[in-house]
Ligand binder design. Sequence first.
Ligand code: ATP
Length: 428
Amino acid sequence: MIIGIDDTDSNEGMCTTYLGALLLEELQEYGNIETLPILVRLNPTIPYKTRGNAAVALKLKTDCPEKVIAHVTSRIEELARMECEKTNPGAVFIQEKDYERLRPVLMSFLEDAVKEVIEIETAKDLISKLGIASKGYKNGRGLIGALAACGAMLNPEGWDFTFEHLAYRQKERWGTQRSVDKESFFEADRETYPKTWDTVDLTNRLVVCVPHSADPVLFGIRGESPEIVNKAASFIRAEPVERFAVFRTNQGTDMHLLPAQNIAEIRDMHSYRLEGQVSAAPETLEGGHVIFAIRDREGGEIDCAAFEPTKNFRSLIRKLVPGDLVLLSGSVTSGTLNIEKIEIKALAPVYREENPECPVCGKHMKSAGQGQGFRCKKCETHSLSKVRFETERNLEPGLYEVPPCARRHLAKPLAREKRRDIKLHPAR
Ligand code: ATP
């Protein structure tokens, strides 16, 4: 049986992955857990999300599905933050006999949930059309994520995946400041990067895998395999861990990006890979956000932003000039593309002009008056116009990313990039 769950937390606490980790242990009473649990990140622009738009799925071999359903629903009722307006839990249960039949439909539903905006009714209609056992609470929006997580579990090799070791706090500590030895995260990173990533941000000297919110997560280490994330976690010195779970996830895969043919097709609340030429030079706005525009071949234009939290990435963006050819990855909200990665494909030439040199004495000539060119008074030489030199750009073509402290869950870090055709500039 596959169990998908979503939307149990609020800003004040809980986390759907924690419920997943608890159930992983508790459901062993009713059968055998067959494989690693799934943690999927869905469309990052969805306004209903609490934090990272996550949903989870578990897979269990069981002879008593009814008991499993009763246990899962009672735990959701107990633990979900129902009082929060944004918390609308959903759970779906898929029987083994239905795996083949549901695999293609739910795999495609997962793709849509990561890339598109789905109506609650679409999820409810699908559930009733396909005859899936489910339980939705309040408006039932969590059914969307729950179905999508099942899609991922039904086809675990059908998408690019990574792993995360999530360690959880003891309940009595929830909501208090986390007690961790920061240096141990830098050690874990030194021992396991680039097979793990986003544990720390070296440039900004930050530990980035420890949240600051009231949820039960102590830290989460992301990497290429269960072994490597567990190895990295073994270096961590911190307050006691109540439990941990390793999830298979679509984090760090760029699964959310749609290839955009042109700017006209771009819609808010979607994420794209988009090519264009810089058409308006970067400007720094109040608050430190850096904005510029790109134009495509058809003349469409869009604003692109490196917001303040992207820190040092903004100094790279400020070096762009009109005419540079770039390929951007990022999400679009309010008509602005929030940059996650930039491939600088070609640099426009930038010129500086100087007064010509006198061919006799070698000194720079002076203006001979409006529209009269230049002259060297001493040697009585003349020249009609200024001389143009191409200047060095102090910017190299290649692929750049925002620093780990500003990374979106779904964005593929350069640590995972296998491309050889372009220079990679990983942010560390
Ligand atoms: P949690 O830890 O509880 O999962 P979260 O930050 O992941 O917190 P949720 O509380 O799950 O956010 O809220 C996201 C809501 O948006 C869920 O109800 C989910 O079903 C729904 N949702 C996810 N993807 C989409 C989508 N593509 N279109 C519409 N709704 C979506």
